[in-house]
Ligand binder design. Structure first.
Ligand code: GDP
Ligand code: MG
Length: 166
């Protein structure tokens, strides 16, 4: 089993930390080589069960100029080209303009979206549940997985979820 995943989310949400954590569990290759003009392989995670290729996306945000337009285009293509999208959020980010924009982009793609709630070590369990409820109303997520990238909580579950969609 092998396939492509992309990790999106606002700056500081823990994308790099999560990637390092996933790699730290079982690593094969990391690469920054350009693959196509559209996509850049960030990391290849090789497991007994299969291989997950994580693709980098330039951020998903509203374009402010031509370069921005191009970046947004690349990001939108990437969303359609992968097998699964991981949208990383943290429990303090309630839905604002940035999130609304991401939701609009995600609604346009048929690719399954996993909502990954990071930094669960910083909040109470009840708060996480309330947080999940607000997001669940906005989009049809194929899975919702709370993790702590920093502590490694539940990241093994996340890997198993990703593999289901490859
Ligand atoms: P990125 O901009 O999305 O790549 O975010 P980073 O991976 O650089 O993380 C931003 C900050 O959040 C860093 O200070 C991390 O140590 C912290 N961070 C990331 N994941 C967690 C987590 O699960 N729990 C806590 N408490 N902090 C985290
Ligand atoms: Mg980063």
């Amino acid at each position: 089993k092998s396939g492509f995943a992309t990790l999106i989310g606002r700056p500081n949400v823990g994308k790099s930390t999560l990637m390092n954590r996933l790699i730290g569990q079982k690593i094969a290759i990391t690469s920054n080589k350009p693959q196509t003009t559209r996509n850049r392989i960030q990391t290849v995670l090789t497991l007994d069960e299969g291989q997950i290729v994580f693709l980098d996306t330039p951020g998903i945000h509203k374009a402010k100029n031509k370069l921005g337009d191009y970046m947004v285009n690349v990001a939108e293509h990437t969303l359609n080209d992968v097998d699964v999208i991981l949208w990383l959020v943290e429990p303090t980010n309630f839905i604002g303009a940035g999130e609304r924009h991401i939701i609009e982009q995600l609604k346009k793609t048929k690719t399954p979206v996993i909502l990954v709630i990071n930094k669960t070590d910083t909040v109470k369990k009840d708060d996480i549940l309330a947080f999940i409820d607000t997001y669940r109303k906005e989009l049809d997520f194929c899975e919702i997985v709370p993790v702590s990238a920093l502590k490694g909580d539940n990241t093994d579950v996340l890997i198993q979820c990703i593999l289901k969609y490859l």
